[in-house]
Each structure stands twice: as C-alpha cells, then as structure tokens.
Design a protein around this ligand. Structure first.
Ligand SMILES: C[S@@+](CC[C@H](N)C(=O)[O-])C[C@H]1O[C@@H](n2cnc3c(N)ncnc32)[C@H](O)[C@@H]1O
Length: 216
C-alpha cells in the first residue's frame, strides 16, 4: 500500500463508501490506499493527460478500479459514484471542474484546493452543497480539506449569520475550532503582511480580516 503524505492521509480519512471517484488522480496513490485499506469497494480514476493517466493505470493494475481518460466530471455517469475527490489543484481549476456538469456530481465531495479555499466555499454556498467539515493538514504547505454534502436546504447551517465575508474567507468550522496550528499560521501571515512597506488593496483587506479573526 502506498504511504500517503499528511495531505492525502487527511483526505482518505474522509472517504468510506462503495464507489469513490478521484478526478485528477495522477499517481493514484489515494485510490490505491482506499482500496487496499478496504475503505472503498471500487475506485474510478479520471485523468485528462496521458502520462498521469498511464501512472494511474500502473498503480491501480489488479485492483477493482476503472481508469478513465476524460475531462473532469464528464468521465462520470450520474449516480455512478457515492463520493468524489479533487485534490492538489488550484481552486479556480477545481471550481471549473465542479461547474461543468453539476448533475453528475455525487452527493458527497472531498475537495483539497492548493490555494484560495474560499472560492470552493463560495461555489458550495451557491450550489446547494453544505460544508459539513473542514480539516487542516500541515504538510509541505498547510492544506484545507473541505467535505461537502449535497442538500435540499438552501441555507448552510455551518454558517452563522454574523460576519458572512469572514466566514467564507476563513471557513466556519476552522473559525469555530480555533486550532492553535491554524491560529499560528494566521499570526505568521499577519506579521508578514504588517511588515510589508506597501500592500495592494486585496492584501490590505486580507491583513485586516486576519486581524479581526485573531481578535475574535
Ligand atoms: C497536481 S496533480 C494532483 C494529483 C493528485 N490528485 C494529488 O493530489 O496528489 C493534478 C492532476 O489533475 C489532472 N487534471 C487537471 N485538470 C483535470 C481535468 N479537468 N480532468 C481530469 N484531470 C485533470 C492533471 O493531469 C494532474 O495529473
């Protein structure tokens, strides 16, 4: 079984179902680990580039997995998978993939954007997926792992009414939990931004938002 790094280990802990699909599987270590640990019965690996697709085929040979060459969610039939992961990509790419064919998305999504998790939270709020959990994995960088569940309710109970922008920017679960490792990262970012002689409007807004969170 491939040893997963902290990032993919944290993702794997959120997955237990019959059929799981991983978009952008590349080396396919996540699916192999899930299959060999018995956390899933069947895996679907989806890749849109040749070498990563070959990598997935090699890793998953002999396991109960389907390796598909396809463009994101278009490689999946509606209702085929119980859950789906997209990991290790920028948030803009992830949101583009999620928006392509919403009807093909399973009800449970595990998403690990490399940057800007707020873009995924915003997409979820607009798409009737509730943020049921969010974990922080400290690996090479700090990574956010978002767990989303489709809901018929439009309003997500994870979000309190006050400070909606701050809630989307930092994540309601992380804000509530106030993990010391997360606060230390915010402190570090705040000190870095405070020492900069000049800041863009966006960076100034971010520094001020972090300050608000640290004072909460
Ligand atoms: C940086 S790798 C991440 C690999 C693995 N998911 C991980 O987290 O370690 C991103 C992979 O996503 C694939 N990819 C990017 N956009 C895709 C899309 N629209 N459909 C399928 N695969 C995609 C790339 O080919 C690449 O192999």
């Amino acid at each position: 079984m491939p040893r997963l790094d902290e990032r993919l280990k944290t993702v794997a802990k959120q997955i237990r179902c019959r059929v799981h699909a991983d978009i952008g599987s590349d080396h396919a270590y996540l699916l192999k680990a899930l299959l060999t640990a018995g956390r899933i019965e069947q895996g679907i690996a989806i890749e849109n580039k040749v070498q990563p697709w070959r990598n997935s085929q090699a890793t998953l040979a002999g396991l109960n997995a389907d390796v598909r060459f396809a463009e994101g969610v278009l490689g999946l039939r509606p209702g085929e998978a119980d859950s789906l992961s997209i990991c290790g990509m920028g948030a803009a790419t992830i949101v583009r993939i999620l928006q392509t064919a919403p009807a093909r998305l399973p009800d449970r999504l595990i998403i690990q954007p490399n940057r800007c998790p707020e873009d995924v939270r915003q997409w979820a709020l607009e798409s009737n997926f509730h943020l049921i959990d969010e974990q922080l994995a400290i690996g090479h960088w700090p990574y956010n792992i978002l767990v989303l569940q489709r809901s018929s309710e439009t309003s997500d109970p994870a979000y309190p009414n006050q400070n909606p922008e701050i809630q989307v920017l930092f994540g309601p679960h992380l804000l509530k939990r106030r993990d010391p490792r997360w606060l230390a990262l915010l402190n570090e970012e705040f000190n870095y931004l405070s020492k900069m002689p000049r800041l863009t409007k966006q960076a100034t807004d971010r520094r001020d938002a972090i300050q608000k969170v640290l004072k909460m």
